[in-house]
Design a protein around this ligand. Structure first.
Ligand code: F6R
Length: 607
């Protein structure tokens, strides 16, 4: 949430920072701003809107210099206004600062500053930090930053320029990510790797409580007590082509279409011949695996739905109690977890604050923790015992698509591997599932060819005000994910229910104006779901029936989509795809901003 970029060096900082901000726009995009430090002090331009609006505002103003910072905002404290956009400075323009995160005690700090006669220009918590830092600064940035750290509560990353230090840029991290990279006589910093990947293939991910100074000749690092230390670089495996639309109109469509290869990568190194083997990346022993008495799957949003599908699959194979929970709920629960609990956190970004706090909560109980994430250097990845990589490649569309698929595969394989170590996975089941998994990428690619049919369906229903999604068993979380995708990018209100629950309330909503998407692949619950379709049709609601090839569709339905056959436990890999495409096509017809839907951010680093 919020994207930060900083640059110092021989290039024009304005261009480098703006380009970096464009790459980070998925983190927030309600306002944007930039500040450069030149001979005459700071020049700051900020605006409500996107980086493109900022570029327009900068126009030909000749914003040129070798030192600059920029920001894209996702508003928390203070409305979406030019004044609240970052960078923020203090009243005497001694420094400018950009911020990602929240300063929880900002009101208390602001009251003290107001009492001391400080004048504020904005409603943000960030300006409080800028004003406070300026008062703490007496020519020694390190000392002032250590003190700022001590006084601010919450999670934050700051990048700061001091007016009297024209050759330095400072970064601090506490609870929000920052990465720095060094080039030939230049240095970069950003909230995430895509902003700087084209400049360097080795980076430093700042640690919690770390302060970094960048100048054209390199980087220096200190801890919160002002003690200097070295920080080795890490290589980054981001393929720069991943941050290109590759001819697609939207990143979301590109990412939907990547799911065949995403699945191949998610299985690579985990499936050999007809067996599942994760020993190369997950070093638990059979004795450890046998000692677990409980598996908690914890996540938010789409990741939570992937976890819920995995729970439904894995409870067929693991004898332990498998629970699934929303991170923002789990973190406040009086957990009964202990050292015999395996807690698995699912997060595409690895930075979701609710998930991170849930992880910390269960760690206090002594649980063994694992993260399934697309960001192996993220905050969550650093705090768990083991990491399962999604290897999905960067996902830029704000609505998660390919990472759902990668998460599902990683979770199912990890769970089956656990069952194997515990002696609970039958060899026949393993062979059957592995052989079906190997075919999945082809079947996903076949499902992607349904685009034209889904486009036609979307044009029939894109003006609907509400949608209902139904599914049972594995298909219930798929229905939830379908409804979430539709809400997120087309802004159509959509709800999902376990199909059997419809008669306990939502049935009251049914009429000819409410399209109902029924996710009903071939499995042992199909007949039950078909009965729910009859109940729906009896109340005249148009039904879009999503099923498997070969299933006889109910009469009198408004739309029929068939996906290839697979093993019933794996149906979600295929049924989710038409729902993603349907949401995409509906959003396109409604003229929505698909890759950057309103109010959303890709990485949710606030509570
Ligand atoms: C939906 C979506 C969100 C995320 C959620 C968790 O399309 O992207 O619901 O799934 O914010 O994010 P991660 O997986 O990064 O923890």
């Amino acid at each position: 949430m919020c994207g930060i970029v900083g640059y110092i060096g021989h290039q024009n900082a304005c261009e480098v920072v703006l380009k970096g901000l464009e790459r980070l726009e998925y983190r927030g995009y309600d306002s944007a701003g930039i500040a450069l430090l030149g001979k005459d002090g700071f020049r700051t331009v900020k605006t409500v809107g996107k980086v493109a609006d900022l570029k327009n505002k900068i126009g030909d103003s000749g914003l040129v210099g070798g030192l600059g910072i920029g920001h894209t905002r996702w508003a928390t404290h203070g409305g979406v206004t030019d004044a609240n956009a970052h960078p923020h400075s203090d009243e005497h323009n001694r420094l400018v600062l950009v911020h990602n995160g929240i300063i929880e005690n900002y009101l208390e700090l602001k009251e003290d500053l107001l009492a001391a006669g400080v004048h504020f220009q904005s409603q943000t918590d960030t300006e409080v930090a800028a004003q406070l830092l300026a008062r703490l600064y007496n020519g020694n940035p390190l000392q002032a930053l250590c003190e700022l750290f001590r006084r601010c509560r919450g999670a934050f990353a700051f990048v700061i320029l001091f007016n009297d230090r024209p050759n330095e840029l400072y970064c601090v991290r506490k609870g929000a990510p920052l990465v720095v990279a060094l080039g030939e006589n230049e240095a970069f910093c950003a909230s995430d790797v895509p902003a700087i990947v084209e400049h360097a293939d080795r980076v430093v991910f700042l640690d919690e409580g770390e302060i970094c100074r960048l100048d054209a000749s390199g980087a220096s690092f200190w801890d919160l007590n002002g003690c200097a230390h070295d920080h080795p670089t890490t290589s980054v495996d981001v393929d720069p082509t991943m941050i290109d639309k590759a001819g697609y109109t939207h990143f979301m469509l590109k990412e939907i279409n990547e799911q065949g290869s995403v699945l191949r990568r998610a299985m690579s190194g985990r499936i050999t011949e007809d067996t599942i083997d994760l020993s190369g990346e997950w070093g638990i022993s059979a004795a450890q695996a046998k000692a677990f008495r409980r598996l908690d799957l914890v996540a938010c949003g789409t990741s939570f739905y992937a976890a819920t599908v995995a729970q439904r699959v894995l409870e067929n194979y693991l004898s332990i109690d498998i629970r699934v929970d929303i991170a923002s709920e789990y973190r406040y629960r009086p957990l009964k977890a202990d050292a015999d609990t395996l807690a698995l956190f699912v997060s595409q970004s690895g930075e979701t604050l609710d998930t991170l706090e849930a992880l910390r909560h269960v760690k206090e109980k002594g649980a063994y923790t694992v993260a399934a994430t697309n960001a192996p250097n993220s905050s969550i990845a650093r705090e768990v015992n083991d990491v399962l990589r999604l290897n999905a490649g960067i996902e830029i569309g704000v609505a998660a698509t390919k990472t759902f698929t990668a998460q599902l595969m990683a979770l199912i394989l990890a769970g089956l591997y656990l069952a194997k170590l515990r002696g609970e996975l039958d060899e026949k089941d393993e062979k059957r599932l592995v052989s079906a998994m190997k075919e999945l990428p082809y079947k996903v690619e076949e499902t992607l060819t349904l685009e034209a049919e889904l486009k036609a369906l979307a044009s029939k229903f894109s003006k609907a005000r509400d949608f209902l999604f139904l599914g049972r068993g594995i298909s219930f979380p798929v229905a939830l994910e379908g409804a979430l995708k539709l809400k997120e990018i087309s802004y159509i209100h959509a709800e999902a229910y376990a199909a059997g629950e419809m008669k306990h309330g939502p049935i009251a909503l049914l009429d000819e104006e409410l399209p109902v998407v029924v996710v009903a692949p071939e499995d042992y619950l199909l007949e039950k779901t078909l009965s729910n379709v009859q109940e729906t049709r009896a109340r005249k609601a148009p039904v879009i029936f999503l099923t498997t090839e070969g299933v006889t569709a109910p009469a009198d339905i408004a739309g029929l989509i068939r996906v290839p056959r697979t093993e019933p436990e794996l149906s979600a890999f295929l049924t989710v795809i038409p729902l993603q495409i349907f949401a995409y096509e509906a959003a396109l017809l409604r003229g929505c901003n698909i890759d950057q839907p309103r109010n959303l951010a890709k990485s949710v680093t606030v509570e």
